[in-house]
Design a protein. Structure first.
Length: 223
């Protein structure tokens, strides 16, 4: 069991996990783990090498030797991700990469190979871990756990706004269909399915501002 203080922030895409985790890590002065970025970077590495996702031994080898680095850039709210020495932050956050990551994340040997890499982020003075199975698997003994939810319609609208802010276009019906399909895939996968930990505080962010969510999380930790 880890002796480091850990806050896990789990939930499906579009619920505000990344923003909440980043703000909480800043408020507490703790390290930050974006587990989704690890899976996305892994998906990019697999795609770049032309590896078939059915080749589990090759996938496991890539996961074990993944050259990955996170850097917090000055004057930026985002954490830059470097894969094989190259900044892949922008391509990491595309819909295509997210879809690849979601499919690969369902493979047991991949999750097992990346488990220890994620757990290694637990260092003093503490860690905020953002993902889908942080509170149920990766840091099951964490003292503080929250699970964020929001309606599929709201999450699709948030994603559309995000794309528009990035200068991209999107079709809301297609985005909504992708959200629903990914939810189904993540919650029904055999290994580490998406679900709240039994001891997690569930927060529906559909009608809440980020500040209101942060207040609820801070209250949990103070108690």
């Amino acid at each position: 069991m880890s002796t480091v203080s850990i806050l896990t922030v789990d939930g499906p895409s579009g619920v505000g996990k990344g923003t909440v985790a980043r703000i909480m890590s800043q408020k507490k002065g703790w390290h930050l783990l974006d587990s989704g970025a690890i899976y996305r970077a892994f998906a990019l590495a697999v795609d770049a090498r032309g590896i078939d996702v059915s080749n589990e031994s090759a996938l496991e080898k890539i996961a074990q030797t993944l050259d990955l680095e996170f850097k917090t850039e000055e004057d930026s709210e985002l954490v830059s991700v470097y894969l094989d020495g190259k900044d892949v932050s922008k391509v990491l956050r595309t819909e295509k990469t997210g879809e690849m990551a979601s499919k690969i994340a369902s493979i047991g040997v991949v999750r097992a190979a990346l488990l220890h890499r994620q757990q290694a982020f637990a260092k003093e003075p503490g860690l905020v871990a953002d993902g889908r199975d942080m509170g149920t698997v990766v840091f099951a003994d964490a003292p503080f756990k929250v699970f964020l939810t929001a309606s599929a319609d709201e999450r699709a609208n948030r994603r559309l706004k995000q794309l528009q802010n990035q200068g991209s276009e999107g079709i809301i019906s297609q985005i909504l269909a992708d959200v629903v399909a990914r939810d189904e895939r993540d919650s029904s996968r055999k290994h580490s399915p998406l679900k709240p930990a039994k001891d997690a505080l569930t927060i529906d962010t559909t009608e809440l501002s980020i500040d209101e969510v942060i207040t609820k999380v801070m209250t949990l930790m103070e108690k």
